[in-house]
Design a protein around this ligand. Structure first.
Ligand code: F6R
Length: 366
C-alpha cells in the first residue's frame, strides 16, 4: 500500500502534485476558463446575497481556513474571519442568513466542527463544507459541499488534505467573487492559469528532499523551534509548527512575525532555531528585518525563500527554496518543505511517523 515509500506520510506528501491537480480540475476548466461547483446545491444561488463569511475548522484544517479567509477578503471583498470550531461553538457568535459559514474538515466527522455547524444552523446561516470524504457528516449538514480530491489520507499528520483544501478554498473564493460580480472573465482566466502551474511547482519542491534531510539532521537536536510568517505565510508558519510537534515531539510554535517583539523574542538564543517563511510575496522586507533581529540575538535562522533570492540566501544560516509561484499560491509551495522537514526530523529521531503517540486521525469526541 505504501509502495516505494517507508511511511504513508511521505507517500502522501509526494501525492500532492496529483491531488492538487485533481482538486483544481474537478472544480474548474482552463479552456474555456470556468468554475464548476457541482455539489454546492441550494448554496449556489444564495452566494450573491452573502455579506460575510466565517470559516471554521480544527488543527490543519483551521490553518487552511486561515488562508481561505485571506482569499475571500481579497477576491470577494467581503468581511471574512477564520475561527477555531471548538471556540466558536461555545461563544455566542453573531450570525444571520446573510452569513456564509464554511467548515473545513478532511474527515467531515470532527465533533467540534459538527457542533459549530449546529450552532450556525440554529442561527440560519448558509453553510458550505470543504471536505475530503464523500458522504461524511459535514456534507449532510451543510447546504453545499466542495470536495477536495486528495484521496484517502492515512498518515495521522495531514499533508495532502491541507494543500487540496487551500486550492479548493481559492476556487471557492473566486466562485463567491463571481457571484458578487467582482470577477471578470479575464481575471478568472489569469487565476486559473496560475493554478495550472502549481502542481509542477510542488513537484519541483519535492525533488529537494535531500537538501531538506540535511537541515532536518541539524534541527533534530533542538528542544524548541519557532516558525515565523506574515500575511499568507502566517498560517503556513502555524502549520509548519503543528507538523513538527505532532510527528517529532519537538516543541514548536507558529507565530505572526509581527508578534516577535511582543514576547517571543525573549526566547531567542543560539540553541533556539527559527524557521522563517520569507518567500517573494510574504512581506519579504519585513521578514528580513525579523531575521536580522533574531540573528542579532544569536538565533540560527532557516529561511524558506524563493529560488534565486541571493539576498536572503546570504542572510539566513540555511535556506530551503521554493520556485516562484503567484503570490496567492505561495502558501501551498512554502508548506511543502515544512512537511518534508517535519517528516525527516521525526524519522531521524526514530518516531512513529504515521501513528504519533496520543493522536487519532479523526477526533469524534471532545
Ligand atoms: C494535523 C491533523 C489534525 C486535523 C484536525 C481536523 O496534522 O491532522 O490537526 O487537521 O483534527 O481534522 P479534520 O480535517 O478531519 O476535521
Amino acid at each position: 500500500l505504501k509502495g516505494q515509500y517507508p511511511h504513508f506520510m511521505l507517500k502522501e506528501i509526494h501525492e500532492q502534485p496529483e491531488a492538487i491537480a485533481d482538486t483544481i480540475w474537478s472544480l474548474a476548466t482552463l479552456d474555456p476558463p470556468a468554475l464548476y461547483f457541482d455539489d454546492l446545491g441550494p448554496a449556489a444561488d444564495r452566494l450573491a446575497d452573502i455579506e460575510r463569511v466565517v470559516l471554521i475548522g480544527m488543527g490543519t484544517s483551521l490553518h487552511a481556513a486561515m488562508v481561505g479567509q485571506r482569499y475571500i477578503e481579497a477576491f470577494a471583498g467581503i468581511p471574512a474571519d477564520a475561527d477555531n470550531a471548538s471556540e466558536f461553538r461555545y461563544r455566542e457568535p453573531v450570525l444571520d442568513d446573510r452569513t456564509l459559514v464554511i467548515s473545513v474538515s478532511q474527515s467531515g466527522e470532527t465533533v467540534d466542527v459538527l457542533e459549530a455547524m449546529a450552532v450556525a444552523r440554529q442561527a440560519g446561516a448558509l453553510q458550505v463544507t470543504v471536505c475530503n470524504t464523500a458522504g461524511a457528516q459535514t456534507t449532510r449538514v451543510a447546504d453545499g459541499t466542495v470536495y477536495t480530491r486528495a484521496g484517502l489520507e492515512r498518515g495521522v499528520a495531514s499533508t495532502k488534505c491541507f494543500t487540496t483544501a487551500v486550492v479548493a478554498l481559492y476556487l471557492l473564493a473566486l466562485r463567491i467573487a463571481q457571484a458578487k460580480g467582482r470577477l471578470s472573465d479575464r481575471e478568472l482566466a489569469l487565476h486559473l492559469h496560475d493554478l495550472a502551474q502549481l502542481p509542477r511547482a510542488v513537484s519541483e519542491v519535492l525533488r529537494q528532499q535531500d537538501l531538506v534531510r540535511k537541515r532536518a539532521v541539524s534541527l533534530a537536536a533542538a528542544q524548541h523551534v519557532l516558525f515565523l510568517g506574515r500575511g499568507l505565510a502566517f498560517p503556513v508558519a502555524m502549520e509548519g509548527a503543528l507538523k513538527l510537534k505532532e510527528v517529532s515531539y519537538i516543541h514548536a510554535e507558529g507565530y505572526a512575525a509581527g508578534e516577535m517583539k511582543h514576547g517571543p523574542i525573549a526566547l531567542i538564543e543560539p540553541s533556539f532555531p527559527t524557521v522563517a517563511i520569507a518567500t517573494r510575496h510574504a512581506l519579504r522586507t519585513k521578514m528580513i528585518s525579523n531575521i536580522e533581529q533574531i540573528q542579532a540575538r544569536g538565533g540560527p535562522v532557516t529561511g524558506v525563500v524563493t529560488e534565486g533570492d541571493a539576498e536572503l540566501t546570504a542572510l539566513c544560516d540555511a535556506v530551503l527554496t521554493v520556485p516562484a509561484v503567484s503570490s496567492w499560491l505561495e502558501p501551498v509551495a512554502a508548506v511543502i518543505p515544512l512537511q518534508l522537514l517535519a517528516y525527516d526530523v521525526a524519522v531521524h529521531r526514530g518516531c512513529d511517523v504515521d501513528q504519533p503517540r496520543n493522536l487519532a486521525k479523526t477526533v469524534t469526541v471532545e
